[in-house]
Design a protein around this ligand. Sequence first.
Ligand code: GUN
Ligand code: ZN
Length: 428
Amino acid sequence: MTGDNILKGQVLSFTASPFEVPAQDATRLDEALVLRDGRIGDVGAFDTLRAAYPQAEVVDYANRLILAGFVDAHVHYPQTAMIASWGKRLIDWLNLYTFPEEMKFGDIGYATDIAARYLDLTAANGTTTMCSFCTIHPESTDAFFAEAQRRGQRVVAGKTCMDRNAPEGLRDSAQSAYDQSRDLLQRWHGVGRLSYAITPRFSPTSTPEQLEALGALWAEHPDCLMQTHLSEQTDEIEWVQGLFPSARDYLDTYEAHGLLGERGLYGHAIHLEAREKDRLREVGGAVVHCPTSNTFIGSGLFDMAGLMAAGQRIGLATDTGGGSSFSMLRTMAAAYEVAQLRGTALHPAQLIWLATAGSAGALHMGDLIGNIAPGLEGDLVVLDLASTPAIAQRSARAGDIWQAVFPTIMMGDDRAVADVWIGGRRVG
Ligand code: GUN
Ligand code: ZN
């Protein structure tokens, strides 16, 4: 057990959603926080905490910004090595680049190497929790959980299930998807900081029988999350209509098979019908915005303002490697740009909220991670708001904290990440 730490800096936390109340009413700035036994023990004025915890070791971050670690609500860790593959839209991109790479993950050694590489890259970017698709190979899920466990990291992951429209070697069946998912779930779900997500890739690569089997598994394990893709590209939606002629819409292909629920995570959700939005809101399922992916693969412009106003649960994600970055700073910048193209300027507090508390809420982990408050787990990122000459000269002119942080959101990268703490331990 490590001793207590007091971290001194500008500690930014949320008391409400900045989509519901103005930023200044939704946030707090404190001078310091205490890390104790892997959790946040206290938050407040430095002198008060210093007096209350005289044995604690002080880490002085001066005027750096201390935030909850970033939470990435939708990623594919097996796509790490093929990120930034040129020139294709979704279906061709899957066939040309993604499936051949995912084929390699039956090899536990390869899967472990990529899992370690992915978790190193994301930690360097300040991401402390993510929800990842693996591949159809159970080994790929074992490798990811084992590597996260070694690092004491809170992650969600699941074996990706596909029993059609995928190459030989990347297909399971309705029965084997059920059996293997259940076996993995029983071995990993709730072990330490690990959680299992039942993971049908998307309707085009699952038969109705497979969707049904995974819906049954979810009904047997309702405390698990379920992650998939929804309405990412228009030609994908047409394909789904052809494959499921009796479905009312794309969401109905999940709903009809027991795969619509409050603990469901629906990645992309760009081209939604009115009925789909109504049903998602009624059940409280989360839609996950993947802005760098949606521009990189050419999918479309997510309707953040409309979906937020309608009361949807929304997370933010890189969608590595359809997304073009491992960085949640870059992802916030892309969310800002996409919203601008739809006529809305997202406030820096809203962007930071999406990347922390919003994504944690999408994962139903808001009582564990995604904010700084006593009792929450000790996952933190420390941002240098003057990490490059270009950012420094801009933030030097800032009149308030939001003007100071916005240049880092728009122009920052892993150089802005001064420090990271995972489970109360400093990541070296
Ligand atoms: N739809 C189905 N699979 C994928 C994937 O791996 N990435 C993205 N962006 N969309 C998908
Ligand atoms: Zn995805």
